[in-house]
Design a protein around this ligand. Structure first.
Ligand code: SIN
Length: 282
């Protein structure tokens, strides 16, 4: 079995060279999961997967998330392609962790390129939130350890669309209830990562200004170039990220350019809040 890995940056991202058939068979899925947990992102070139193949591959890792977005969500500004999310697609251009509106977020996400945007636009960038936490000065680690943050999807949508009209706002999904998550994610294996996202609205117990300043400072820290990998898409690419230890964002692309990606999320088993381990509800 051909299985060659090359680190894409020192702190995040690994390119895996593997035969298409072997990848799709699931024979390497355990090995890939181990790399994903350590490196945050894995990328494959020249895979050209069909939707059925993507779902089969996803199921070789874990159960697939369904819900309102379906098992295979089309990332697109075109409401015909993406009836659920076209109106809020621009929010994906801001740093986020998927599904901060639930207690138990997806473990990982698979994204395959279908229609690319013009070169230099529409790259997907990832930031390693484990590495960012590990490198924080001890003073910061101590002070943020007990903090909790309210997350609202509306905050993410307003940041992305500050001039939205009432008519546009009426198209935003409104079924997502606010959630309070710790700022520091204590993982089962003992590691810790930062929970930062475009949905972060306020730090509980801090004034709005103080809380916003802290969240902005941590976001700037966690997205320094040394923690980031920027994927420049080629036709046939397939990328997977560990949603429990990374943030991601799409670089701006013209909403009319037709860019389309197919996304499948894998069911998670680590709640944001370790104390909720025995009382998980989504
Ligand atoms: C996403 O945020 O899930 C999509 C990222 C992208 O479109 O590159």
């Amino acid at each position: 079995m051909r299985f060659r890995t090359t680190d894409l940056t020192p702190r995040i991202g690994t390119l895996i060279e593997i035969d298409r058939e072997t990848l799709l068979s699931g024979a390497a899925s355990n090995q890939i999961t181990e790399i994903l947990v350590q490196r945050g992102v894995v990328a494959f070139r020249d895979m050209e997967v069909t939707d059925d193949e993507q779902l089969k591959l996803a199921r070789s890792f874990r159960e697939v998330e369904g819900g309102k977005s379906g098992e295979l969500y089309r990332v697109s500004y075109d409401p015909k392609e993406n009836p659920v999310g076209a109106a809020i697609n621009i929010a994906s251009c801001f740093w986020h962790i998927d599904r901060t509106d639930v207690v138990l977020p997806p473990f990982a996400t698979i994204l395959s390129a279908k229609v690319l945007s013009p070169p230099g636009t529409g790259d997907t960038e990832f930031a390693n939130t484990y590495a960012a936490y590990e490198d924080l000065p001890d003073k910061d680690k101590l002070s943020i350890e007990p903090l909790r943050v309210e997350h609202r999807m509306e905050t993410a949508f307003r940041q992305a669309m500050p001039d939205a009209t009432e008519e546009e706002i009426a198209l935003w999904p409104n079924h997502m209830t606010p959630k309070i998550h710790p700022l520091v994610w204590r993982h089962r294996d003992g590691r810790k990562s930062l929970i930062l996202s475009n949905s972060a609205t306020r730090v509980i117990g801090m004034s709005e200004t103080e809380g916003r300043a802290l969240l902005d400072r941590l976001l700037a820290w966690a997205t320094k170039p040394e923690y980031c990998y920027r994927h420049r898409w080629r036709p046939g690419d397939l990328v997977m990220w560990n949603n429990t230890g990374t943030m991601h964002r799409a670089h701006y692309y013209d909403p009319k350019c037709g860019r389309r990606m197919h996304r499948t999320a894998l069911v998670g088993d680590e709640p944001f809040d370790a104390d909720k381990v025995s009382a998980v509800t989504v």
